[in-house]
Design a protein around this ligand. Structure first.
Ligand SMILES: CC(C)(COP(=O)(O)OP(=O)(O)OC[C@H]1O[C@@H](n2cnc3c(N)ncnc32)[C@H](O)[C@@H]1OP(=O)(O)O)[C@@H](O)C(=O)NCCC(=O)NCCS
Length: 177
C-alpha cells in the first residue's frame, strides 16, 4: 500500500519480496556502521516481518523508499513508536542505499514522515534517535526542523534525542493588541 509521495520518492509498505533490495541497504557494513552489525538475510526478513506487524497493529512503521524514476526500492523511512526512558515517542527513521547518499533523498522522505506524524497521527512532538558520531544523520534531523532535546540510552547505547514539536498558535499575538 502506498503511503506518501514526494517529488522523487514513494513511501509504501514493505512486502516479503523486498528482501533482496532491502539487503542492499541494511546488509551493507558501511551503512550499518552505527548498528551492532549489518543484517544477514534472516535479519532482513525479520526486519520486513517486524514492520508488517507494525502496520497491522498501529497502521504505520518503517516504509519502503522507492525511487519514482525507476521503481527501485532504495531504502526505508517511516514512523515508529520507540520507548525513550519509559515514555513512548514517535520516531522518524531512515536508511538510504549507499550509492545514492548525498542527493537529499533522506531529507525529502523524513520531511514527509514528519508531516505524516503531525497531520495524520496528531503527534505533539516527533523525535529522531541518533548516535552523536553519526554525522550523516544529524543534518537530516536538523533539516527536518529538529533540535537536540536530550540524551538517552537506547539499546544500551547513548543517543542524541532530536525533537521537533507541533507548532502552537501563539496567544501573545492576540493579547498584545
Ligand atoms: C543518514 C542517511 C540516511 C543520509 O541520507 P542522504 O540521502 O545521503 O541524506 P541527505 O542527502 O538528505 O543529506 C542531508 C544533509 O546531510 C548532509 N550529509 C549527508 N551525509 C553526510 C556526511 N557523511 N557527512 C556530513 N554531512 C552529510 C548533506 O550534505 C545534507 O546537507 P546539505 O543539504 O546542507 O548538503 C544515510 O547516510 C544513511 O543511510 N546512513 C546510514 C544509516 C543511518 O545511519 N541512518 C540513520 C540512523 S539515526
Amino acid at each position: 500500500m502506498q503511503i506518501l509521495e514526494t517529488s522523487r520518492l514513494l513511501l509504501r509498505e514493505f512486502c516479503r519480496d523486498d528482501d533482496a533490495a532491502l539487503a542492499r541497504v541494511i546488509s551493507d557494513p558501511e551503512t550499518m556502521r552505527f548498528y551492532p552489525a549489518p543484517f544477514d538475510r534472516a535479519g532482513v526478513e525479520e526486519w520486513i516481518e517486524r514492520n508488517m506487524r507494525r502496520y497491522a497493529e498501529s497502521g504505520h512503521g518503517l516504509w519502503g523508499m522507492v525511487l519514482k524514476s525507476n521503481g527501485e526500492l532504495i531504502g526505508d523511512c517511516g514512523v515508529t513508536i520507540q520507548n525513550v526512558g519509559g515514555v513512548s515517542e514517535l520516531e522518524v527513521g531512515y536508511h538510504v542505499r549507499r550509492d545514492l547518499w548525498g542527493q537529499g533523498l533522506a531529507t525529502e522522505a523524513a520531511r514527509a514522515c514528519r508531516d505524516y506524524g503531525f497531520i495524520r497521527l496528531s503527534a505533539e512532538r516527533i523525535i529522531s534517535l541518533i548516535r552523536s558520531e553519526n554525522i550523516a544523520s544529524r543534518p537530516v534531523a536538523e533539516k527536518n526542523g529538529m533540535e537536540i532535546w536530550k540524551e538517552a540510552m537506547h539499546y544500551n547505547l547513548l543517543h542524541l534525542v532530536y525533537c521537533v514539536r507541533r507548532e502552537r498558535p501563539r496567544l501573545s499575538h492576540l493579547t498584545s493588541e
